[in-house]
Design a binder for this molecule. Structure first.
Ligand SMILES: Cc1ncc(COP(=O)(O)O)c(C=O)c1O
Length: 405
């Protein structure tokens, strides 16, 4: 019997405990700098108005970094609660033993989802009376109180009850004895707009939010925790901080716009690295990759790297990407394919099979940010970070980035 089949027969390969470990010769991976997340949380927390708390937004698997390690590091840096998009994301945090408050930012409308929130003490977002009544019924049947936040739409036209209905809704919610209002919030649609001070849309959203809050004060209703700002709002103006800010992108070390957050020295937490699998020497005039979208202009040394669009490198970046090797930049040439791409290593003779290149993040003091990828192809850094697939293992950052071996 072979080693593999005897292991399988004894339950080894198939047992629940078995999990693949990254192979020492892994072709590509995402390195996550947990200390950077912690430092970013600390820097953000220090920049908040006194008494304002930091919610670490860890949805979409912590923007691709891994929700659980991000949540732990953010908490170590001072985040007091977490924001997720889905029930499953909330459960993942609870099952990992994290017991801080968790707000589900997405809309949960099925009674089973809300029942799970009650059981796992996750706070759902309410956008209207229907979900509020469901929560009331579920909670009163269980003898426990359900905590939820009410979301108001002040100009995003996505989730949330229309802001004009805020006072009436909040009054109705205050009559539901099994439902406790943990907070009231809204979401900014354009806080990263160019310019200083508040842009017109953010200003309008804030006025609407404030109008609801002063109405509540007149009615003597306590709205719980009031929150409005995402990363851009947090970095844009302290008047947007209220009791809590919900920060995603900045926690991961990225600024939502070049004019925001320059004083904070945020550290990028994601480094995407890949290994050279093959070197080939070709003459001038040779076409490279599908469609021959690159033709060598000189005798060239090409390096094949095992990462492609199925890993999350957008194919639209073909012929436009640069990667780092020991602080030097190399051009990627030809079409990016599903699992591979080709680099022009002609001017870097010490790059060899097995060498590690950096696609995103830091390498020997040089740095490539997701904005370098997103801008030429008309997308945003959020999409680049969330786009890395799970066939790239997430590894804690090596302290000596970019070394071979
Ligand atoms: C409701 C809500 N709050 C906060 C955030 C965090 O946004 P950012 O990553 O820009 O900080 C998001 C992210 O999309 C969100 O949907």
């Amino acid at each position: 019997m072979s080693e593999a089949s005897s292991a399988a027969a004894s339950g080894g390969l198939l047992s629940a405990e078995w999990a693949p470990q990254p192979h020492p010769r892994q072709r590509a991976w995402v390195e996550v700098d947990e200390r950077a997340i912690e430092a970013n949380a600390r820097a953000l927390q220090r920049a908040l108005t006194p008494g304002c708390e930091l919610m670490a937004v860890v949805k979409a698997d912590g923007y691709g970094h891994g929700a659980v390690p991000v949540a732990r590091s953010a908490a170590a840096g001072g985040a007091s609660c977490f924001g997720v998009a889905t029930l499953q994301e909330g459960l993942e945090l609870r099952q990992a033993g994290l017991d801080q408050p968790v707000l589900v930012l997405g809309n949960l409308s099925h009674p089973d989802e809300l029942r799970a929130c009650l059981h796992w003490q996750l706070m759902p977002t309410l956008s209207g009376m229907r979900e509020a009544l469901l929560c009331q019924n579920l909670a009163s049947g269980s003898g426990r109180q359900m905590v939820a936040h009410l979301k108001l739409d002040t100009g995003m036209s996505r989730l949330g009850a229309p802001w004009q209905e805020g006072p009436r809704l909040l009054e109705a919610l205050s009559g539901l004895d099994a439902l406790r209002l943990g907070g009231v919030y809204s979401h900014l649609a354009d806080a990263d707009a160019p310019g200083t001070g508040l842009d017109p849309l953010t200003s309008q959203q804030q006025q609407r939010f404030d109008e609801v809050l002063s109405g509540l004060q007149r009615q003597g209703i306590d709205p719980g925790c009031r929150h409005l700002a995402n990363s851009a709002g947090t970095l844009r103006a302290r008047q947007l901080h209220y009791d809590l800010v919900r920060v995603g992108l900045a926690l991961y070390g990225q600024r939502p716009a070049a004019h925001l957050g320059s004083s904070l020295a945020l550290q990028p937490a994601m480094h995407v690295r890949a290994r050279v699998s093959l070197i080939r020497e070709v003459p001038a005039g040779v076409g490279v990759s599908y469609g021959h979208r690159f033709i060598t202009q000189r005798a060239s040394r090409l390096a094949v790297v095992g990462i492609g669009y199925a890993d999350g490198v957008p194919r639209l970046l073909s012929n436009r990407l640069e990667v780092l090797f020991q602080g030097q930049r190399l051009r990627q040439v030809g079409a990016i394919t599903m699992d591979q791409m080709v680099l022009d290593a002609t001017d870097i003779p010490h790059l060899e099979a097995g060498s590690v290149v950096t696609l995103l993040g830091e390498d020997y003091g040089e740095r490539i940010d997701p904005q370098t990828w997103s801008e030429p192809i008309g997308t945003i850094p959020w999409e680049i970070l969330c786009g890395f697939k799970h066939r790239l293992p997430r590894l804690p950052q090596q302290r000596d980035p970019g070394t071979n071996g």
